[in-house]
Design a protein around this ligand. Structure first.
Ligand code: ADP
Ligand code: TRP
Length: 321
């Protein structure tokens, strides 16, 4: 079984990215042949700063490797190191109905936000289809927001197979229904666009300040809190602390007598401990960037060999070769 997913290089990753996407992706590397890539071509539809793209891509690579992505088990590479995907995207785009792309929620949502769309934003799902089909992927783990894009991929694959004969594996999305939405510092979904994130590898003082600033209500420490499970700090604590520790704090908060300040201090400590090992690994990787670049290049070589084979199959099928 081949598993494939991509992540856009949009900066240092936060706890929402970690628990919602990275951790499940890292666990999946035990279950099949995992291909994960940094979607730097896709980032070109909305980011126009070269240095930022370069830095963000490196940050994503460092974050993933530090958190346990094992390049011996997974193929982990930069999208643009396999330029064959852009060629395949052309073969696919000629079979993609305009209406199908016009119907994509993420496109419509961007238009609704008043973005004046470039052609890349419109064609985004076709490049994504090429990413998926070029590795004969079976399973595509993504967040709910990307479900429709995998459906588009399936439609394009079926249309190609019907037009030119059996060529592509028809993939299936795997939506992480069981992964809860991680709340941000204001209680909304944690997201870069809301400015409410806690980074995985944030600087100690800055993260402490964010955590100590979590919005709580004005009840006194002594008051019992029957809604302790809804408390923002408790929800985050459940992610980063051992289960018994989180439960102990929840019980004490419910009973009354535990102040919010003490709770937040505990949350910071548990957050810091949770990522201690990963933080040390990241430091080590940072001091050996040549190694990181080499890992990405080696993986890209493996990915590229497969991509060339599948692209050639599509070129023969469609009469280009
Ligand atoms: P952001 O909202 O910060 O821009 P992205 O949309 O780039 O994050 O998300 C990248 C991945 O992380 C996606 O797979 C998404 O489902 C996951 N993710 C992002 N935020 C959260 C969150 N708060 N809870 C759970 N998963 C999240
Ligand atoms: N569009 C995805 C996102 O923003 C990233 C992505 C690009 C991707 N190509 C992909 C995800 C292929 C899965 C498969 O999250």
């Amino acid at each position: 079984m081949r598993i494939l997913s991509g992540i856009q290089p949009s900066g240092a990753l936060h706890l929402g990215n970690y628990f919602g996407m990275m951790k499940p992706a890292i666990e999946l590397q035990e279950k099949g042949e995992a291909y994960y890539f940094i979607a730097n071509y896709h980032s070109m539809t909305s980011l126009f700063e070269p240095e930022e793209r370069r830095k963000n891509s490196l940050d994503v690579a460092l974050d993933f490797l530090a958190c346990g992505l094992d390049p011996k088990k997974s193929v982990f590479f930069k999208q643009s190191d396999v330029p064959e995907v852009t060629e395949l995207a052309w073969l696919l785009t000629t079979l993609t109905p305009m209406a199908m792309l016009e119907n994509c929620h993420s496109y419509k949502e961007k238009i609704a936000r008043g973005i004046s769309p470039n052609h890349g934003i419109f064609a985004y799902p076709v490049l994504m289809a090429a990413d998926i089909l070029i590795y004969d992927s079976n399973i595509v783990p993504v967040g709910k927001d990307q479900k429709q894009h995998v459906e588009v991929t399936r439609d394009i694959a079926v249309k190609f197979n019907m037009t030119y004969g059996e060529t592509f594996v028809v993939p299936k999305e795997q939506i992480r229904e069981d992964v809860a939405v991680v709340p941000g510092t204001d209680g909304q979904k944690m997201s870069k666009s809301y400015g409410n994130t806690i980074e995985i590898f944030g600087e100690e003082k800055a993260v402490k300040k964010k955590i100590m600033g979590l919005v709580m209500d004005s009840r006194t420490p002594q008051e019992p809190k029957p809604d302790a499970d809804k408390n923002l700090a408790i929800q985050l604590l459940k992610l980063v602390a051992p289960a018994d520790v989180a439960l102990d704090f929840e019980t004490r908060l419910r009973a009354g007598g535990l102040g919010y300040g003490d709770l937040k201090k505990a949350l910071f400590e548990q957050y810091w401990n949770h990522f201690t090992e990963a933080r040390a690994r990241r430091k080590e990787l940072e001091s050996n960037l040549d190694h990181v670049h080499q890992v990405l290049k080696e993986s890209a070589g493996r990915a590229r060999a497969l991509a060339q084979k599948v692209l050639q199959r599509a070129k023969v099928a469609s009469g280009l070769d």
